[in-house]
Ligand binder design. Sequence first.
Ligand code: ZN
Length: 216
Amino acid sequence: MMRRILTIALFLFIGAVLSVLVAWGCETFSGESIVISYEQPAAPFLMPGIYDPPEDWTVQTWVRFKGLGVRGAWTTEMLWAGSTLGMSSDSTNRIRIRHYSGWPLLCMVRSDPFDSDLGIAAKGDVWAVGFEPPWASRIEPRYRGKNLPLRPMPVRFAANSVFWGFVAWICTFGAWRYRRWNRIRRGLCIRCKYELAGLETCPECGTSARPRRMEA
Ligand SMILES: [Zn+2]
């Protein structure tokens, strides 16, 4: 029982690590398509429940990014015409920018340093805006920037951790256990596949054909 709990904990941990690495991989390698709208778009455009524009803002521009394992949205109170984001830093118009990554679910989030929700001091806050990886110079220039996120989205991150933990288990113990079960079922030696024909011990490698825990 204890061993089973430890195994589950181990694979959940592996799953969590894989979830982060997959999200960073998507951030690093995924391209993006960008859609800009100057009228309030239909709700799915902005990922309701994930990214919601602030209710008290007079939003004039809606922007969405999309790529494999990456999504992003920003809303701003100014008309944005495709210039660099830096232009908005002197503006009093507010802007809210969020970037999400992860697969199969988006599970990590970061804000952009230009996000109006962040104070000046928060702009170096890696928890909020992510960090620049050592390989940042290899990342193609794009609107999403070159930062990688550190902040997980709890429920989605947990779901991805279960998914990737299960994949890791399948690829290691799961495959091994299936092979073992399949050999017992077919009457073969579990170690060397020799056809036992009912023998108690494998004449090829000496493995007992009667393991203590029969899985067949
Ligand atoms: Zn054998």
